[in-house]
Ligand binder design. Structure first.
Ligand code: HEM
Length: 164
């Protein structure tokens, strides 16, 4: 399995646009900025809904109304973050594939966070009809918050496991 991912990584890293990113002094920081801007939108809007489901902060809007108004920005942020993340990955893919922090981040934590987020977002339509949310909503919102916190912890640990 690892050799399959390594073969893909070698091919990806050799594409003209990946070579342009890794070979330029300004392209890598620009792509990094893209990943972080997308993450700010994605994580910021996720956290807003999680805090509302937890009942923290003002309760002028129900969780359902808040989720509705953040929905488009939430998924726009996600698309920008994934596009930026994919380009960062492509610039040095053979370095990231065997990195345990990267494997845990992308193989376990990010998919778990996305699934939990989709559940929370969809369920907030029913959980969020009244100002108070049910206990299950609070537990899942806290869990989602902790998962994204773990994703960030894994992401910032990637350089510590770099064997190159
Ligand atoms: C959607 C949830 C994601 C979160 C919360 C996240 C978070 C982060 C953070 C905080 C960093 C900065 C690490 C540092 O510079 O100290 C980072 C870097 C990075 N991310 Fe993501 N990321 C996400 C998704 C992705 C995806 C989908 C990919 C790949 C397709 C990706 C690939 C990368 C790469 C390659 C780096 C650079 C690692 C390094 O060399 O330091 N990320 N990410």
């Amino acid at each position: 399995m690892l050799s399959f991912f390594m073969a893909f990584a070698k091919w990806l890293q050799g594409t003209w646009w990946a070579l342009d990113i890794s070979g330029s002094t300004w392209a890598y920081p620009f792509v990094q900025m893209t990943h972080f801007s997308g993450l700010s939108l994605w994580l910021g809007t996720n956290l807003s809904l999680d805090l509302r489901l937890l009942g923290i902060g003002k309760k002028r809007q129900t969780a359902s109304q808040l989720s509705d108004s953040l929905f488009a920005w939430n998924w726009i942020g996600f698309c920008i973050a994934v596009a930026g993340g994919f380009m960062l990955f492509a610039s040095a893919a053979t370095k990231y594939v065997p990195n345990p922090a990267f494997e845990i981040k992308l193989g376990i934590l990010v998919p778990t966070g996305i699934i939990l987020h989709i559940i929370n977002q969809a369920k907030s339509r029913t959980w969020g009809q009244t100002p108070e949310t049910p206990v299950v909503a609070k537990v899942l919102a806290l869990l989602e918050f902790l998962i994204w916190f773990s994703v960030i912890t894994a992401a910032v640990s990637i350089p510590n496991y770099d064997t190159h």
